[in-house]
Every structure is written in structure tokens, then in C-alpha cells.
Design a protein around this ligand. Sequence first.
Ligand SMILES: [Zn+2]
Length: 256
Amino acid sequence: MVSDRQPPTFPAFERVEDERRHRKQRLAAAFRLFGHFGFDEGAAGHITARDPELLDHFWVNPLGMNFKQIRVKDLLLVDARGEVVEGNWPLNGAAFAIHSRVHAARPDVVAAAHAHSVHGKAWSSLRRPLDPLTQDACAFYGDHAVFDDYSGVVLDLDEGRRIAAALGPHKAVILANHGLLTVGQTSVDEAAWWFITMERTCQAQLLAEAAGTPVSIDAAEAEKTAPKVGHPMVGWRQFQPLYDWIVEVQPGLLDE
Ligand SMILES: [Zn+2]
């Protein structure tokens, strides 16, 4: 017997409507996966996807809707001023303050993910970058930053601007005493994957440091490994098995 499945290929679109639908499907799936992995904390957390046509607009989760219940049709479209132009739920003010500035500062980025996942926020209190303790951790070697001036719930654009500045050209930033934020240049898939693997990388380092004195991969090896595990297309690829699984077990997420 031969598998009747096809290996995933990076999508290309002729019509912007198709690209928008695809992006929204990936976004809804990313929320379901974040819910599955326990990254939700009440109403906290947001993942955004830039609209493929209205480049200063983004799609985002409705404030207070459980990640595990989000469907394509629930997603909000938000304009550059923070007005909801599609959708009937309120918008999380912090989502706009942070993500609008990240999307503005990083035109190369399609999506951004932020949540208050347990290991990410525990690690963030140490206010240190992650070490290259494992092969997976090398995805972040030289490619993440620490934003270390926590000053309350992010509701003003200025704080969002400073977070975007701390992120710089990297794929991720650790928000001290708060949590993780990741971005994807190719896709929503990539931003979501970096978040998932960064959360686990924080968990791995917390475990290793609790057990003893971990030994890092040496700098030269980490540098060589970083592009192999941390390339944007690798991030996209790593997400595909998760997407295929969540859509099979929760097909309702695609409702539009
Ligand atoms: Zn937050």
C-alpha cells in the first residue's frame, strides 16, 4: 500500500482572496494549537496575520474568545487606527498596541504571535537570552532579543514601538516578566512554529538548569546549526504536521 497523502508544498496564489482565506485558515488553526498546548491564560494572547492586500491591516483573535473555539469566521480585521473593520467582537487593546507597531516596523513580517505560556513567562523573569543548549534552541541563536523594561500592561503605542525596536531584525523577543513574542516572514505557520518551539526551548533550559549546570553547544557549532534549524522556510515546514492534524481532528475551525 502507498500513502494517498501528498507532502506539503509552500503555497502560491493567483488571487488575493485565496491568499487571504489561506492566511485566515492558518491563523485559526494556530489558535487551536496554542489552545491545545495550553498557551492560553484567560483572555491573554494574540496572533496576528497581515492582510495580503490591505498591508496596514491585520487579522486577529476576538478579545475574550477561547483559543480552542476560534473559527475562521470569528477573526477580526483591524485597520491602521485600531478600528475593527470586519467582525463583531471587541479588540484586545494590547494586541493592537503591540502588533500594529511590530507589523509597521517589520514590513517583511507576515505574522506575529504572543501569549502568556508558562515556560516562556517563567524564563522571561530571568531577563536573559536563551542559550544554545539543544539543536532546536539553535533556531534562536543570535536571532532573538530581550525587552527588559517591563512597565505594566501594554496599552499604548509607544510601548508597542519600544517592543518592536527591541525585536529588531530578529524572529523573537523575550518580554521580561511577561512572555514571548515571535514573528514569521513567510507565513502565519512560521510565526506560530517559532512560538511553539521557543516555549519548549524555555522549558528545556529551565529543566536543565534546575537539574544541574547545562553545557551549551559551542559558539561555532551553534552558528553553523542556526540557519539549518532557524531558516524561515524551516519554520514553515515544521508547522505543517501540526496543521494537518488539527484540521483533521477539529475541522470546524475552518468554518467561514
Ligand atoms: Zn501579553
